[in-house]
Design a protein around this ligand. Structure first.
Ligand code: NAD
Ligand code: UDP
Ligand code: UDP
Length: 317
């Protein structure tokens, strides 16, 4: 009998994790979804609960974990500034102790393991767009450092486990991603703007809104995860940038959100947070050439798919 692949997704009840779990089930995998429900919620995985190939495990990855799986996607970590700055020491622990535990697990099981890293490893980049070879410009002692430096250290651990213990690793550097199941109150720009627009409240643009970001729709990103994990040889570790190279100023995003929600909200300019990167756009040449990945969903199309999710949340609130 052909045994199904059993896959662990840490942070599986979060935004990206819940979409990844759904995709893996559709690919006929057994999925162990692990989460401590800090920012994720059972609501995100409710539709998966009745699937016999799906299992939810409440656990904090800063503690050791002994289960049997074939592959690990390590996504557990709060991703939005207000959440990761709520308990910065726990954020660093999640990235660092969490990576050590998941790598220890992968080592014992000889399992392939993927790390959800971030464009934040480039900090406020002095090179634009950012290729994987750029080492970054990160403040080690600022408010964002628990996240940025935690993720950088996790990457170091992944590469040292590879060098020391021959682990099969994959590192994805994720750029800003949006879509349904985003936490409504996590302060990220896409969710903030859509909710503000739907409620007829002013859109809070930080600074002059001239800073740029590149926004990837979640389905495109999950496709990138799965290809990086499955369609590359064991010699390919990454890091590989995953993101949408379409670059927009925050003000442009605000205007698109107003257009697609049909809202009459005004724009309210607020102070720019400390260490806020001025520009960010992935160079995805590597992902394109190695595993044939590039996003297919344009920002306006993705916003159209995302707005109904927030409408539903507001209606049920
Ligand atoms: P999210 O906050 O929705 O999901 C993270 C999940 O991890 C949550 O369900 C949370 O409860 C869980 N978690 C946090 N600490 C944990 C711990 N110690 N043990 C177990 N579970 C824990 O965020 P997301 O946007 O889905 O991000 C998922 C991953 O992708 C994160 O590692 C994040 O750093 C990375 N990432 C996301 C983006 C993005 O734009 N969404 C960009 C770059 C990187
Ligand atoms: N670990 C785990 N599950 C396992 C194997 C290891 O959580 O199945 C943890 C273990 O508790 C340890 C960490 O992963 O703290 C690193 O494991 P490794 O084998 O690399 O280190 P060691 O146990 O030698 O310190
Ligand atoms: N931002 C904004 N208004 C908001 C939330 C965010 O103008 O209500 C800006 C923020 O200053 C940053 C960009 O939007 O320049 C993206 O912020 P987010 O927190 O979504 O992600 P990150 O800073 O991690 O890229």
């Amino acid at each position: 009998m052909h045994l199904k692949k059993r896959v662990l997704v840490t942070g599986g009840a979060g935004f990206l994790g819940s979409h990844l779990c759904k995709r893996l089930l559709a690919d006929n995998c057994e999925v162990v979804c692990l989460d401590n429900c800090f920012t994720g919620s059972k609501q995100n995985i409710l539709p998966l609960m009745s699937n016999p190939n799906f299992e939810f495990l409440r656990h904090d990855i800063t503690f050791p974990l002994f289960i049997e799986v074939d592959e690990i996607y390590n996504l557990a970590c709060p991703a939005s500034p207000i959440h990761y700055q709520h308990d910065p020491v726990q954020t660093t622990k999640t990235s660092v102790h969490g990576a050590i535990n998941m790598l220890g697990l992968a080592k014992r099981l000889k399992a392939k393991i993927m790390q959800a890293s971030t464009s934040e490893v480039y900090g406020d980049p002095a090179v634009h767009p950012q290729p994987e070879s750029y080492w970054g410009n990160v403040n080690p002692i600022g408010f964002r450092s628990c996240y940025d430096e935690g993720k950088r250290c996790a990457e170091t651990l992944f590469f040292d486990y590879r060098r020391q213990h021959k682990l099969r690793i994959k590192v994805a550097r994720i750029f800003n991603t949006y879509g349904p199941n985003m936490h409504p109150n996590d302060g990220r720009v896409v969710s903030n703007f859509i909710i503000q627009a739907l409620q007829g409240k002013p859109l809070t643009v930080y600074g002059k809104g001239q800073q740029t970001r590149s926004f990837c729709y979640v389905d495109d990103l999950v496709e990138g995860f799965v290809r990086l994990m499955n369609n590359t040889g064991d010699d390919f570790t990454g890091p590989a940038n995953l993101g949408n190279p379409g670059e927009f100023t925050i003000l442009e995003l605000a205007e698109l959100v107003l257009k697609h929600t049909g809202s009459k909200s005004k724009i309210d300019f607020k102070p720019l947070p400390e260490d806020d990167p001025k520009q960010r756009r992935p160079d995805i040449t590597l992902a394109k050439s190695v595993f044939g990945w590039e996003p297919t969903i344009k920002l306006e199309e993705g916003l159209e798919k995302t707005i109904p999710y927030f409408k539903k949340i507001l209606e049920s609130a």
